[in-house]
Write a protein that binds this ligand. Sequence first.
Ligand SMILES: Cc1cc2nc3c(=O)[nH]c(=O)nc-3n(C[C@H](O)[C@H](O)[C@H](O)COP(=O)(O)O)c2cc1C
Length: 381
Amino acid sequence: MLRYLSAGESHGRCLTAIIEGLPAGLPLDLAQIDGELARRQRGYGRGPRMELERDRVQVLAGLRDGKTLGSPLALLIENRDWTNWEKVMDPVSVSAGEVLTNPRPGHADLPGVIKYRQQDVRNILERASARETAMRVAVGAVAKALLAHFQVQVVSHVVAIGDVTAAAVMAPHGDLSLLADESPVRCLDPEAERAMVAAIKAAQKEGDSLGGVFEVIALGVPWGLGSHVHWDRKLDGRLAQAIVSIQGVKGVEFGAGFAGCQLPGSSFHDEIVYDPKRGYTFTSNNAGGIQGGMSTTAPIVIRGAMKPIPTLAKPLQSVDIKTKEPTPASVQRTDSCAVPAASIVAEAAVAWELAVAFLEKFGGDSLAEIKDNYNQYLKNL
Ligand SMILES: Cc1cc2nc3c(=O)[nH]c(=O)nc-3n(C[C@H](O)[C@H](O)[C@H](O)COP(=O)(O)O)c2cc1C
C-alpha cells in the first residue's frame, strides 16, 4: 500500500516525509518537484514569508541514479527561516520567545491547547500552520511523476475569491494549469482576475482576509479506480477527505456540485453512448468523472471552498488562556488570501489519492510490472 507520513513545524529546522510503497524504477526529477514547490509559494495575497522561503527538496533515501529503489523514499525540505527561530524552536532547550496565550478565532489554537493540555499556543500553531503543505506538494509531485507514465494529469485553477467568480471553464485540458500559473491569482478569466486582485488589495488595506473556491481536474484517469463495494474504498469519498484536510477548506463538490442538485434527474444525469474507437463515453459530465465511487474516464472535476484566512492584521476578539480576560487575538505574519496556493496543494492531494488508488488496482513492485498490469487491463476492456 502506498502511504506517507510527514513531520515538521512551521518554524522548525525542516519538513520531512517518508513515502512507502512506491515501485522500483520510477524516475524522479528533483527540479520538477522544486517547480511544484515554487508554484505553491506564488500567488497574490501571500505574506512576507514567501519571499524568505525558496523551497527545495532533498532526497535522503530510496533513490539511486535518479530512480526509486522500491525502498522508503525519504524527503526533506529545509526551512530557510529556521536561522531566525532557532532560539524559539530549539528541540532541546528554548532560550527566547514569548509565551502566546491569545488564540486566534478560526485557527487550531484554542481546541489545540485544550486537547493537548498546552499553556503556549505556539505548541499548536507550529504544526497546524499550512507550512506543512509544502511537504504535501513534494509528495504530490512524486505521485504526479508516477501518474504521468499512464497519461494521468492533474491540473487546477481558481474559480472564486471573495465575492468575485470567474466564468466557467468549458473544456478542461492538460495545459490549463500552465495558463493558470501565469495569473497572479491562478484565474483563467482576465476580467475576474483583475477584480480578484482588487478585492485582495482592499482586504489587505482593512487588515482583513479573503477565502474562495478552487477547482482541480484530473484527466486521463482509467475506468475503475476506487470501488462501490465499501464506504472507505469509494474514490469520491477519499478525494473529498484529501481536499477537506487542506487547512481552511470547508466544502467540496464534484462535477455539477451543489448547483447541479437543483436540476431534475433528466437534465442532470450524463447519458451513455458507445463509440467503437473510444468505447463508452458520456454526453455531459455532471457526475464529475466518478460514479458509484469509481472513475469513469471522464475528467474528475472537484471544487474546494476555502474560508477566509483566520490571522488578521486587525485582530478579532479572543480570551487570554492564562487570565481568562478578553484580549485581541495574536497577530502572526500572515497571508491575506491563500486560495491560489491552496489550489496547488489540492492538485497535490488529488494526485496522491489517485496514485494510491492506481497502485491498489495495478500495483506491482516495479514500474515495468505496473505497466504490464495496466496494459493488460486496457486490452481486456
Ligand atoms: C496554502 C495555505 C496558506 C495558509 N496561510 C495562512 C496564513 O498565513 N495565516 C493563517 O492564519 N491561516 C493560513 N491558512 C489557513 C490555516 O492554516 C487554517 O485555517 C488553520 O490551520 C485552521 O484549520 P481549518 O481552517 O481547516 O479549521 C493557510 C492555508 C493554506 C492552505
